[in-house]
Design a protein around this ligand. Structure first.
Ligand code: ZN
Ligand code: ZN
Length: 354
């Protein structure tokens, strides 16, 4: 793997926002800050077609972010009114937050995968906090954590609805589809895992691959199960392999910096999850006969000690552990039994629970 966005990497090391850059003629990267977030910025991409521009992942919804986006377009010499399509890799607020504002200012349509539009619909449902609480109890999370997460989730959902910030798709984009713009071959690749409807965009015209949060050069994206059925890790590992045949000249991620040598990065990401699977299986096989997901999460090696993680980071870690346990279960390495509404994990093949 070789970093090609060297100005971006230098800015990253200095903890600064990188410059607007022309990646190749007709393609620009525009960093949009994410206030008070260690990721610091989203890289929005502007791509020219023969009747205007596509904007991918417009960024976080805050005044300073909007200013950075519009200043960035100015620096590219592109008026906002020339943007005809807004594409979102997924609807996390650091990517999709400004989509509605761009649509309003430009008249562009907003395109995403149906899996993301369904998430937005679910987010607007009044029973969302209740189903989150049930899931967290099933994970064995302590009451304090359940309270913090459901209250926080309810507040965020209410605030977003009050601001009219839940912006649904104008067009749904399926796997393999060419984006409906003239003179540009930009193809959607459905890569579920980090989010159920995550899309990468393969710019076949320029040999570039926009990877959103699916593949980043330095960090591994959070792969979390947020309900009692989904199995995102299997989907994620399959999605990594979907990219290999595309062999892009350069990878344009949504955070950090551009790079070449996609295959190396795919290998590293796969190895990371295989190691974590092994660690989770070892924890389930050790100590007490049965573990809740929360108990497993507390013992996994994270970048910082468990006690130093924030409630939101505990939540991300827990979701990640459930995703790994589910995958281990489908590999028949562990089993799970629900006892009194709590999921208890144990090694497969050991005495089944009553
Ligand atoms: Zn994301
Ligand atoms: Zn992101």
């Amino acid at each position: 793997m070789r970093v090609t966005g060297t100005l971006q990497q230098e800015a990253w090391a200095r903890k600064e926002i990188p410059p607007v850059e022309r990646v190749v003629p007709g393609v620009w990267s525009v960093p949009v800050p994410i206030p008070d977030n260690p990721l610091r910025y989203v890289l929005s991409y502007l791509i020219e077609h023969s009747a205007g521009f596509v904007l991918v992942d417009p960024g976080w919804d805050a005044p300073a972010s909007w200013q950075a986006l519009t200043d960035g377009l100015d620096a590219c010499g592109v008026p906002l009114s020339a943007v005809t399509a807004v594409l979102v890799t997924h609807v996390h607020p650091d990517h999709h937050g400004l989509s509605g504002a761009v649509r309003e200012a430009s008249g562009a349509w907003i395109g995403m995968h149906e899996g993301e539009d369904a998430l937005l619909a679910r987010f607007s449902r009044p029973d969302m906090a209740g189903s989150m609480a049930g899931y967290l109890r099933w994970c064995g999370a302590p009451d304090e954590h359940v309270g913090q997460m459901t209250d926080g989730g309810r507040r965020t959902a209410n605030a977003a609805m009050a601001r009219g910030a839940i912006v649904r798709a104008d067009r749904l984009i399926g796997h393999g589809e060419l984006i409906d713009v003239p003179g540009l071959r930009l193809r959607a690749v459905w890569t579920p895992g980090h989010s159920p409807g995550h899309l990468c965009f393969h710019d076949e015209t320029h040999g570039l691959l926009l990877t959103g949060d699916h593949v980043l050069p330095r960090i591994t994206p959070n792969i979390s199960a947020w309900d009692q059925e989904s199995e995102p890790l299997a989907a994620y590992l399959d999605s990594l392999e979907k990219l290999r045949p595309l062999a892009p000249d350069e990878v344009l991620p949504a955070h950090e910096y551009r790079f070449a040598g996609l295959d190396d990065r795919l290998d590293t990401l796969r190895e990371h999850h295989l190691e974590r699977l092994k660690e989770a299986a070892d924890i389930v096989g050790s100590g007490p006969a049965r573990h809740t997901a929360w108990q497993v999460a507390r013992q996994v090696t994270w970048s910082r000690p468990w006690s130093a993680l924030s409630p939101f980071q505990h939540q991300a870690a827990l979701g990640e552990v459930v995703a790994h346990l589910r995958h281990l279960r489908s590999l028949r390495a562990v089993s799970c039994a629900a006892v009194g509404g709590v999921g208890l994990w144990h090694p497969a093949g050991t005495a089944q629970l009553a």
